[in-house]
Design a protein around this ligand. Structure first.
Ligand code: MG
Length: 368
């Protein structure tokens, strides 16, 4: 089997809530996502998606995904898509770094291998260990009152785990955290996620002010060293997200006892191949995980679901159903939230066909 064609589509994902805001006044209103298809000479196609959270969240941006995939694609024509590690080597040999560019291509390879072997991706990623997975809901930054109302709405929809977007003015953030914790039943999980927006001093003030509240603290500051400093000053359970970009970061963080939980974003680490390695290190080290991505629609959500379902419940923290945040159905077969959980089908590979791409001209295509 050989790769015969690679296409990419630009897909806009408008937010149902109109706007998603997080640290330092950053926000997005319409997400610019890229769906990649790898077609083979045997008629099987695999899909992947990469949707950066705008251009100022991580060192990744939407047009960078498409430019990068277009740069790599000619070198993959003729390669065996079932040899995933070889294709990853090829990608690394033509483009240094840029893991987010390689992620949708890597996911598409896994989708192809699933179809060739007639197995769903969760079976290939170690085997299904959970029948459904609990989801978290991200609460866009607003006033404390707005955020308490928002959390109540999503509580009614069935979510029991919430990630509060803070990382703004620390006095406002202390009020946001207190107001939302107060609005939630005691058995709900609340994470205060600063997305690296606080200075050390600001983070130190906030974690001290909320020390008696039942919350998790996530990525208070931008750098690993700053986060480690705050980790050592608080007894609250601690989550690292943006600073864990590869296995070496994770191993260092485990050896420093730098966190209790990580957020594993598939495109940030370069796709399912790398995400699985980090996931399995976390399993061995007893580090819990939120399985997610920077953003996405149906394709990204389906990849998240397969990785999450093959993760043991003991170290499973939460996952995200990004496709429910946006008003754009790409595939009717993608996971749909039921209460605060999602599952995925046993169809081979990802088990979805992104029909929406059929009505839009690809951003580009490369073929043999
Ligand atoms: Mg986070």
């Amino acid at each position: 089997m050989k790769i015969s064609k690679i296409r990419a589509w630009k897909v806009d994902l408008p937010l149902k809530e109109g706007k998603y805001a997080w640290a330092d006044g950053k926000f997005v209103e319409v997400f610019d996502s890229t769906i990649v298809e790898i077609e083979t000479d045997e008629g099987i196609s695999g899909f992947g998606e990469c949707c950066p959270l705008g251009p100022v969240y991580l060192p990744s941006y939407a047009s960078g995904v498409r430019t990068g995939v277009e740069t790599i694609a000619p070198h993959l024509i003729g390669a065996d898509p079932t040899n995933i590690n070889r294709v990853n080597q090829l990608m690394d040999s033509v483009l240094c770094g840029h893991p987010y560019v390689k992620s949708p291509l890597d996911v598409a390879l896994w989708d192809i291998v699933g179809q060739v072997t007639d197995r769903p991706l969760h079976a290939l990623l170690g085997g299904q260990l959970q029948s459904t997975v609990a989801l978290y809901r991200a609460i866009s930054q607003g006033t404390p009152e707005e955020m308490a109302v928002s959390v109540g709405k999503f509580l009614d929809e069935g979510y029991r785990r919430f990630q509060l977007k803070v990382g703004g003015n620390p006095d406002d953030d202390i009020e946001r955290i207190a107001a939302v914790r107060d609005a939630l039943p005691g058995d709900c999980v609340l994470v205060a996620d600063a997305n690296g927006g606080w200075t050390r001093a600001q983070a130190a003030r906030v974690v001290d002010a909320v020390k008696d509240l039942d919350i998790f603290v996530e990525q208070p500051c931008a750098t690993y060293e700053e986060c480690l400093s705050i980790r050592r000053r608080t007894a609250r359970p601690f989550i690292l997200d943006e600073v864990i970009t590869e296995a070496a970061d994770l191993i260092r963080a485990i050896s420093n006892d730098a966190m209790d939980v990580i957020n594993l974003k598939i495109s940030r680490v370069g796709g399912l191949t790398k995400a699985r390695i980090l996931r399995d290190i976390c399993i061995e080290a007893g580090i819990a995980m939120t399985i997610e991505d920077s953003w996405g629609g149906d394709v990204a959500t389906t990849a998240i679901a397969h990785l999450a379902l093959s993760t043991p419940s003991r170290v499973y923290f939460s996952a995200t159903d990004f496709n429910s945040y946006c008003d754009m159905e790409i595939s009717p077969d993608a996971p749909t939230r039921v209460g605060g959980t999602m599952s995925v089908s046993d169809r081979p590979g990802l088990g979805i066909v992104p029909l929406a791409t059929r009505h839009v001209r690809p951003a580009f295509q490369v073929e043999s």
